[in-house]
Every structure is written in C-alpha cells, then in structure tokens.
Design a protein around this ligand. Sequence first.
Ligand code: AMP
Ligand code: MG
Length: 401
Amino acid sequence: MISYSKAYKITESEFRKLNLKTETVKLNDALNRIIAENIYSDTDQPIFTNSAMDGYAVKSNGNIYTWKIKGEISAGSSNNPIVKTGEAVLIMTGSKLPRGADTVIPVENAIVKDNILYLKNIKSFKAANNIRYKGEDIKKGKLLISKNTLITSKCITAAATCGKSKIKVYKKLKIGILTTGNELVDINKIPKGNKIRASNLYSLHSAINEINMTPVSFGIVKDNLSLLKKKAVNALNSDVDILLTTGGVSAGKYDYLKEIFTLLGIKIKFHKVNIKPGKPLLFGIYTARGKHILVFGLPGNPVSCYVNFILFVKNVLLNIMAPKINNTFTATLNCTVTKKDSKRNFLRSCLYNLGGLNYVSVIKNQSSANIGSLSGSNCLLIFEENKKTLKKGSKVHCIMI
Ligand code: AMP
Ligand code: MG
C-alpha cells in the first residue's frame, strides 16, 4: 500500500507522458475546452477614444459652463465634427470622441435651451470625465488568455474582441469504461435476486463528460477470467488514452483484475492506496505497440469508484492541462469529527456560505457503498493521515465535487 501523495505523484508523472494533441475549433465550440495557445490582443482596447456616456462632448473652457450645440455623433457614424472652445456635440455612448473635445457631460447633468447647453449641477462637472481613452483597457499585443486555461464565456468575450474566430484547443482524451461483476445488470433492468444495477458505468460516463473528455463504454463483463481478458484486450486495442475498469480489485476470490493486468502486459505502478474511500485502487500502464494507455482498476463500490476518479483522474488531469483551476477551498468545520485509522480520509461533506464565510458540515454515513451521501454532498473534506480529530471551528480543506 502506498501513500496518497506517492500515488498522486506516480499518476501525475504518467499523465504527463500522454501525447496531448491539439485541434482548431470555432470559437463558439470552444467553451469548456482547454486552450492550447496564447491569445494576444491584436488591437488597442478601446480601438479609439470614445464616450462612456450618452451626453455632450465639449471643449472645456475654464470657468465658463455654457456651450453652443453644433451637431451630433452616434456610435458607428462617420460624422467627424470638430469641437472648438465653447462648443458641444450631442454624443452617444461608444461614439468616437470628436477632435477638440476633452470632456463628456452626461445627459443627466445637461439642460438645453435654444441650442445652448447648461449644467444642472456645476459642481459635478469635471474636465476629462466620461471618456474611454484608446488603449486604456488593453494595449495591443497584451497576453489576454494564456495557454492551458479553461475556456469560459469570459475568455470567449476576450477572444471575440481580438477577432479570434477559431482557436487551438487540446483534443478531448478518450476515456474507456469497462465495468465488471457477476451481480451487475444494466440500469434499464429491474434487478432480481442478488443482482444490482451497474450504476458506475453511468456515474463515470457523466463524470468524464463533466470534465469535457470523451467517454467510451465497453459495457458490463462477468467475473470470468477469459471473458474479462477478451473485453480488456478489446478496450486496449481501441484508441482510448485512459481505461477505467470498475470492480474486482479487492481481495475477493473473483477479483481478477490484477491478474488480468499482468496477463495483458499492463505494468502495475501501484495497488492499494492509504486512503478512504478507494483503498483498493490499482494503476498501471499499457505501453505495447507504441501506446501509452493509463489503466485504472477502480473499486466497484460506487463511492470509492467515484472518489478515485476525482482524486486520480480528474484532479491530476486538470492540474496538468489547466493548472489555474482551483477546486479546493478552505472552510470552517461546523462539528467535531474523529477517525481511528491512519488513512487519508475524504469525507463526503457540504460546503455552505453563511454571512460571507465558508462552513462545512460532514455527512454522517461515510460508508463506501452509501450512494445517498455521495449525491447529497458537494465536497470532500480532507482528513489527513496523522490526525485523529478535527475540532469544530478548525479550518479544513475541501475538494469541490
Ligand atoms: P468489487 O470491487 O467488485 O468487490 O465490488 C464492491 C461492491 O461494489 C460490491 O458490493 C459490488 O456489488 C458493487 N459494484 C461493483 N460494480 C458496480 C457497479 N458498476 N455499479 C454499482 N455497484 C457496483
Ligand atoms: Mg466484484
């Protein structure tokens, strides 16, 4: 059995050996992908000096607060008036500031009588107000989105402003799922006798979609050595980058996965990690015929399976591909929790906000088979190996799930 941090390091170093390919996609298809290029601003922003308000562009004139209105300019218009001392031009938000003008008076502070502009409130007049200067937001050539960033709609705004109608992103990795167990039936069936629904197939499928990778299902296979071997060979011959199997990695008589890994030439990197849930995790690498497939033998218990996926697939992968994503938060524990073991525990918990502060409550039932507590939680509280008690009011770290 190895420690969590060792297991993390080993999986991380193997993930780094994956050949991450890139592709170019339309900007509208880039949401939630990870960008594989830097995007620099191709212009100054704003491109030209313009008005920040609907109002009047004027040339300020010392202590004299009246101006003669001599025309107008709206956003996008090719009107190019010149404003001289004592003159004003009606201007709309985003319109190019006329030559000579140095201040915009908002309509809210304007009174117009016989084509003369007066101020409602002289005190609120400030020279150079309400102008957005060329380049004050972004200078041409500035790095706007750096490589290995998760593309959000905010990034899309910046990319669109730079005229990037297509961008380079990392190709989605293909992640295969093969679920094993004599007791499993598809979720469309009503389980009879000692059968159960193979929920893991679906939980992993959606968890893979959640990180915007491509799930590939290899279905359910019985605990039968030759059948398992056949299915696993099938999966390894496909174009998956990662293969997840579920079940059959514990100490039961029909837990064949470790044997299968060895039979197929999968080099085992570790088996069993000092964590709870998810201790039986098996991890190996398949490198035959120039391939580099990461193979995870996940335990069958739905919670262990899911938590292992979060810790060793999602977190490791995102940490490499988009290291700026942070899904760990600090919160104040709202109860005292204890444990007897020396494992790193990941407690299903609920992070909530009260008066602007993060608190976390721990769900009572922490059994690895307890699905209700998984769906009722929103984070995993990290309870370190060497600690036996976490006191109410102490600061703890939680991984959002
Ligand atoms: P195993 O890891 O094969 O020893 O399975 C551990 C527990 O998880 C057993 O109670 C199994 O019935 C259950 N289990 C195994 N595979 C799945 C699955 N795909 N979906 C839901 N539960 C499963
Ligand atoms: Mg089993």
